[in-house]
Each structure stands twice: as structure tokens, then as C-alpha cells.
Write a protein that binds this ligand. Sequence first.
Ligand SMILES: Nc1nc2c(ncn2[C@@H]2O[C@H](COP(=O)(O)OP(=O)(O)OP(=O)(O)O)[C@@H](O)[C@H]2O)c(=O)[nH]1
Ligand SMILES: [Mg+2]
Length: 371
Amino acid sequence: MNDDQSYLPDWAPKEGGDAFAIKVRKGIEEHTIEKKIHVKKRVKLSTEDYVRGVLANDKTILARTITLIESNSQDHYEQAREVLKQLLPYSGKSFRVGITGVPGAGKSTLIEALGCHLIEQGHKVAVLAVDPSSTITRGSILGDKTRMEKLSRQPNCFIRPSPSGGTLGGVTRKSRETTLVCEAAGYDTILVETVGVGQSEITVRSMVDFFLLVMISGAGDELQGIKKGVIELADALLVNKADGLNTTKAQLARNEYALALKYLTRATKGWETNAFTCSALTGEGIPDIWHVIKTFETITKKSGAFYERRQHQSIDWVFSMVENYLKENFFSNPDVQGMLPGLKENILDGTLLPTTAAEDLLNAYFRERKK
Ligand SMILES: Nc1nc2c(ncn2[C@@H]2O[C@H](COP(=O)(O)OP(=O)(O)OP(=O)(O)O)[C@@H](O)[C@H]2O)c(=O)[nH]1
Ligand SMILES: [Mg+2]
């Protein structure tokens, strides 16, 4: 007796007929549960949202504004420019400190110690990393996260690690704009970390008010391996890791640097660059170096050197933006791109002169632009 609701199991003996008492009742239809995967879409922000968010120091929006600025997409470019334009009147009021030194000198650890000291004093601190080496090793990004742990937990601190995959030129160009955005968000002290690998110091020097060179004591001649040119960019030399057994060695290194500085050109008019020691690990010497930086600020603001430098920096910035734009525009030109592999080959096998190659590329670029 099969009805709509029940039926015989498939193992029921055939001869059993209706007398077979075991019936299987139909179950209920399985509900098809619509599996909707909710991909949380990031709501597109309007220019006003960005501006308002930054001015209110909303850290999520601040981070998104920087991402917008760092973006290489043409769509973002226009909006980024508009956001920056609106934030510009609120920027410029911070004190900008560049911190450089060889890999492992202790820059991040120093920023952690200095940053915490500043926050205790009521400052609002933004940390930016301009770090060309991170695109190769990625070590520093990881390092920064762990080395600035205490600082990153402070509500009055904003840390922006270096964008990955950027060239130094690109990163630095965006870092200037990032500085302005952080200032508009109310950060009064901007600390910019860069690894001392040559070009980066010069570009960071052109973005900051005070340039600090972090050193470590090594065996033998303390000036070995450090370019005179880099020392001449610095407003203070700081021999780090002056702790434990290394204390005396660090002190001796400081004395050697102090002596050498007497023969070098000063980075800032009216300011005598000097050498100091500290331990970023124990915090020894950190308040002292901040005192040096504050004294520099007072003196250079009084003499006008501070404002003069900022004006020069603005002009340099304009030129570097034009340069960057032209370079990007040139190398993304389809005719130029099409010609490059062949030209390279011909230069390498000696059938084309570099001057002719440059001329051919420029002709192709301007021909394409005239179309
Ligand atoms: N003893 C001692 N070790 C320190 C001090 N400062 C930093 N270090 C150690 O030195 C190593 C490198 O420190 P970082 O702060 O990452 O150095 P960095 O200059 O930021 O390094 P990069 O970002 O990779 O160029 C870490 O193991 C730190 O713990 C210090 O004052 N004393
Ligand atoms: Mg670091």
C-alpha cells in the first residue's frame, strides 16, 4: 500500500506484498538554501567624504586617502588631485623629521622610542616609511610592524608603511603628498624613515625640516663606508646602540664624528650639526635628541632658514612632479614602447649609436603626440 507519503524500502522481499509492514515515509523536500556570498564591497567615497574623513582624523579614511593618492590609475588621479587641493589649506603646520641610516642601524626602533616619547608629551605623530629596499627584501615592512608595536597601538599615532612595488621616485613623490594629508588630519610631527642607500637620502632631505642620520659604531675608522655627501645632508648624527658593552665604543665613535663634522659643510644655515649617542632600546638619550631637534626648530624659525627651506622645497617639488609626469608619459607612449626592444638590441650589437637611439625615440614620441 504505497501512498504519496510512504513507500516500501528497496530491500523489502518482493513476495511480502502489502503485508510487509515496514514503510519508508517520504521526508520533506530539502530546502535549497541560497548561498549568497556577501562580498563586502568597499563603498566608493566621494571627494567630500575623503576630505571630511581626513579632517576628522578618521584613520580608516586617512589610510584610504593615502591609497587613493598612491594609486597609479588615471581614474584615481583626478579625484586624488581634488582631495589634495581641498586639504592643502589645512596642511603645512607640522614639524617634519627625516630619519636615515644604513639597514639595521635601528631607525625603526628609534622611531618607536621617539614616537612614544612625543606622544607622552601630547604630540600627534605620523610615521611614514620611504623605503626602496623593501620592494626587494620586504624585510623592513615586517620589521616595522613588530618594531613599532607599542607606538602603533597609540591612538595619537598613525603609521604608514612604505607602499610595496613602488620605485623610489614614485614612492617619494607620493610621500610628499602623504605628508600633507597627515598634517591635514592634525598630526603635528611627521617622522619619515628611509634606508640610506644613496638616492633616497637626497629625496627625503628635500621633504623634511630636520634630517637625522642614525649611525652605529663599527670596528676601525668610523667614517669608513659613509659618504661625506650623506653626512653633509644631516642636521644631527646619532650613534645608536650605545648600551651594554657597546657604550664606550659608541661614545668614541661619536667623538670621531664630532671631530670630522668640523671640516664638513653644514646642511642648514645658522645651525651647527653635531654628533650624539643614544640607545633606542633602553630609551637613553631619546629626550636629549628631541631637545636638539626642538632647539633647531626654534633657531631656524627665528632666523627664517626654516621658511626659506620650505619655499625651496615647494619649488623643487613642482619640478620633480613635472619631471615624473614627463617621464611616465614618455615611457608609456605606445610608439616608444614598440621601439625600445629593437633599439636596445641594436645598441648592444654596436649597430646604433646611443645618441641616434635617443633622437629616434624623441622623434617618435613627438610625432605621436602631434597626431
Ligand atoms: N642593543 C641595541 N640594539 C638595537 C638598538 N636599536 C635597534 N636595535 C636592534 O637592531 C636591529 C635593527 O633594528 P631596526 O630598528 O629594525 O633597524 P632599521 O634601521 O629600522 O632597519 P631597516 O629598516 O631594515 O633598515 C634590531 O634587532 C633591533 O632590536 C639599540 O639601541 N641597542
Ligand atoms: Mg626599519
